[in-house]
Ligand binder design. Structure first.
Ligand SMILES: Nc1ncnc2c1ncn2[C@@H]1O[C@H](COP(=O)(O)OP(=O)(O)OP(=O)(O)O)[C@@H](O)[C@H]1O
Ligand SMILES: [Mg+2]
Length: 257
């Protein structure tokens, strides 16, 4: 064994990856029809990395995010967090403590204000703000993504699609988790706001060591991520930009086994 291989295998023994998908397949069964959406996916997701997932409509991006976010279990294979199978860890516990999802259709609590949506999520997950009260922290977060106090205290049903999307993002940011997952988070936003959200995702990964996985149709958003994955015909592949100078490529553990 070479010393490089020995070091690599020692590191692998010391710390399992943050998130590992091992031979993950997923099949939907409805009546007599069975659709296999994901086929034997092997992949690791690490801390401090901003991933984007591209792929045609219906290719299984939301399905994949659901498995990674602990909302569903694969019909074959395993998803593990720091070496523990999510089913063993408990999906609810995993969602509360480790992984927050920003849904494609927001899933906000309809009879609450934007602010209450954020503080309720913090209460449910037991998230404690770095300083001050939960309410003050939630207001700061909402303000940081362009929702002022007046908007924050309005019922979410009275907000525009883009504003609701930002509430969903603030809600996920408020729960200080290791993994942040987002399904088309900038789809309803104007270009400036969208770029601001991408800046937040990059900071969360690079400054705070989070693992951020964003499903998108936007090549522009993908270009600002560290690793671009493509889902097609049930398989997940990583695009390696061979034109980028070596120094510009993201470093760290390989995203693909
Ligand atoms: N609950 C379900 N029951 C049966 N089939 C489903 C279910 N959810 C998704 N599918 C099917 O699985 C496939 C993948 O769906 P998925 O929502 O994961 O795709 P997607 O890549 O997120 O698409 P989009 O870009 O349009 O959001 C589609 O063919 C879809 O019809
Ligand atoms: Mg989808």
């Amino acid at each position: 064994m070479t010393s490089a291989t020995a070091t690599a295998s020692a590191a692998a023994t010391a710390a399992p990856p943050l998130l590992r998908l091992a031979d993950v397949s997923h099949t939907y069964s409805g009546g007599r029809r069975r659709t296999t959406v994901l086929k034997g996916i092997d992949h690791v997701f690490e801390r401090g990395t901003f991933y984007t997932v591209l792929g045609p409509s219906g290719s299984g991006k939301t399905t994949l995010l659901g498995l990674v976010g602990g909302l569903d279990t694969p019909t074959r294979g395993t998803v593990s967090f720091e070496g523990r199978d999510l089913t063993e860890l408990g999906l609810a516990r995993y969602r509360n403590k480790h992984a927050a999802t920003i849904f494609q259709h927001f899933n906000l609590l309809a009879y609450m204000t934007a602010l209450q949506n954020v503080t309720a999520a913090m209460e449910i997950t037991g998230a404690t703000p770095p300083t001050g009260s939960r309410r003050a922290h939630a207001l700061r977060l909402l303000d940081s993504i362009g929702l002022d106090r007046t908007t924050a205290t309005r019922n979410v049903r009275r907000l525009s699609g883009g504003q609701q999307q930002r509430v969903a993002i603030a809600r996920a940011l408020a729960c200080d988790v290791d993994i942040l997952l987002a399904d088309e988070p900038t789809g309803n936003l104007d270009e400036d706001t969208a770029q601001g959200i991408v800046d937040i995702f990059r900071d969360l990964a690079h400054e705070r060591g989070k693992c951020v996985v964003v499903v998108t149709h936007s090549a522009r958003l993908a270009a600002r991520s560290d690793r671009v994955l493509t889902l097609r015909r049930g398989r997940l592949t990583e695009r390696v930009d061979t034109k980028a100078p070596v120094g510009d490529r993201p470093t760290g553990a390989s995203g693909t086994d």
